[in-house]
Design a protein around this ligand. Structure first.
Ligand code: ADP
Length: 174
């Protein structure tokens, strides 16, 4: 297909560079599953760790970024890991990407993700949102539930990379 434009968007050109934005507080095996799937579909994946948000994080942005970088390398995946602040669509445009990857788990994710994707489309017609679903075993996995289990002294090695488990244990031991 010849590249053309529809409503200001380039069409006929595959998305080669995509951004996977999130809090990653901390990165879990569910996030890694999404990155792995994206690696099979796109030439370049930029994992973008959110620096500013109204959310209260357990780990600093530097710690979250470092944990994602280590987990990606240990999993043998190829993705660039950076942090970003400000509007997601502006960050996506600044790195020359045309799409955002988001993970979709149970139905509970749907409403929030739908709202976010449509708002981003309103802010920029140049950025498309692509949803990827993890394998079944990660459907109910979230950074919050992992933090809660760890805080209460439960086992989390099944859900997060070894380095993240160590960091969580250390943080909650304080
Ligand atoms: P955010 O605060 O931006 O939602 P998260 O780190 O919680 O950041 O999640 C980033 C993205 O990864 C979101 O699209 C979320 O739905 C997705 N995600 C989180 N956990 C999983 C998982 N277990 N499986 C698939 N996708 C996931």
């Amino acid at each position: 297909m010849q590249p053309g434009t529809v409503e200001g968007r380039v069409c006929g050109v595959a998305a080669r560079k995509v951004v996977y934005p999130g809090s990653f507080d901390p990165v879990t095996n569910g996030h890694l599953d999404v990155i792995e799937r994206a690696c099979g579909l796109f030439e370049e994946i930029i994992v973008a760790v959110a620096a500013d948000s109204s959310k209260k994080y357990l780990f600093s942005v530097e710690e979250r970024e470092q944990m994602v970088r280590e987990a990606v390398a240990e999993a043998g995946l190829t993705a660039r890991v950076v942090s970003f602040s400000g509007l997601q669509v502006e960050f996506v445009a600044s790195v020359g990407a045309s799409a955002v990857i988001r993970g979709l788990r149970a139905v509970s994710d749907f409403e929030f993700e739908f709202q976010l994707a449509l708002m981003n489309r309103k802010l920029s017609t140049q950025v498309e949102t692509i949803f990827l679903m993890p394998r079944d075993q990660y459907i109910f996995l979230s950074s919050s539930i992992v933090k809660e289990i760890c805080r209460l002294g439960g086992p989390v090695e099944e859900f997060v990379p070894a380095g993240v488990e160590r960091a969580l244990r250390e943080r909650y031991a304080r």
